[in-house]
Design a protein around this ligand. Sequence first.
Ligand code: EPZ
Length: 429
Amino acid sequence: MDKFIIKGGRRLEGEVTISGAKNAVVAIIPAVILSDEPCILENVPDISDVSISLCILYEMGARVVYLNRTTVEIDPRGIKGPVVPYELARHMRASYYFLGTLLGKFGRARVAMPGGCYLGDRPIDQHIKAFTALGADCAIDHGMIDITAERLIGAQIYFDKITVGATINAMMAAVKATGLTVIENAAKEPHIVDLANFLNSMGADIMGAGTDVIKIRGVKRLKGASYAIIPDQIEAGTYMVAAAATKGNVLVKNVIPKHLESITAKLAKIGVNVEEFDDSVRISVDGPLVKTSVKTMPHPGFPTDMQPQISTLLCLAEGTSIVTDEIFNNRFRYVDELRRMGANISVDGKVAVIEGVGGLMGAPVTATDLRAGAALIIAGLAASGVTEIDEIHHIERGYENIEQKLQALGACIEKKSIPGSTIPKNAAV
Ligand code: EPZ
């Protein structure tokens, strides 16, 4: 079992370069299936969700070749069938993106019901609504989602709820449908735009990505393309918060400042200095951190994927802060772990009330999901003493080389492989 061991209390200083966006690449890799020729993807992050996605393509018959550390060539022509290997798919929520791409390519898709982070209720009714609108029949069959369509016909799709995943799946299923598809109440995240730009580079006809109405005119075939994944806005935000929590001075490089606007604005309200450049931001703190309120919203609002991280920072701010997660109904499971470190937080449903404390103390804690794990790293960096974080596989799903990047910023963090403890963590003692 791997753990991160962090000796806290050191200011982060220096430069960190942001990798390709996890939530863009986990959609773009499956989208390659829609192409009739090889594609080359650049700025691909070395994270386990990418490894699983590429393994799925390889197991299905694609040729996958890394041209260098961050560039991969994928030839999907060897993929002959619409079934995704169950064991690989069940561990990664983003595997449901294979539904839209396989349906768009073959008129059929069989994929395991999605796994991934437990953040509360995560239904896929809007995905099914989109596929059904395009003319597909959907069924659940022994843990698999089975979707078939004689023909995919362009349709009007109105999402009852703004959903990133269903917007992505609808786009991929519609790019080769006959006629016009209009998606209304669409998600506007940067990774939606990145996928649309990739699909258009293959010859798709998508307009309006990044707005709440996306129009897609079906095309007969998609050609190969070379495409560079956008930088990860959440990885960038995580390092921005880590720099602030340690009162450090860090230049976060390879970012798109516009994607960070809501994070930058919130950090400024807390008393953090954020200096913007063309493709980087500098974080510094020269005064007290102060309380604020945070409400997560679909883009361009404050991202839910930054909620655990900003909540951790607010533990160190003066006063009482309120954090509301409007997207997921159970995304505060990390609070129990922060309490082990001295945090004073009360949670009621989707609202957390955070009383600023002078500082946090190192402790043994457990990462409950990807962003919760990132928040615990931030807490450990800011805390006095040693923090041990286990279940770090969650963190490695979405953060490339996080310990090396933090070490380069002066953090005292190392990964240890430790035999499983004999006493279960929550054992009553
Ligand atoms: C994507 O998840 C991201 N995952 C999540 O990032 C991110 O938190 C989320 O979008 C919101 O931005 C990937 O891109 C792989 P949603 P997704 O569909 O698509 C409800 C991370 O940390 N909903 O936008 O599953 C749903 O329950 C991960 O990187 C329905 O009701 O999120 C939620 O309350 C965590 N019916 C809300 O919509 C549906 O059919 C938003 O979900 C679909 C969703």
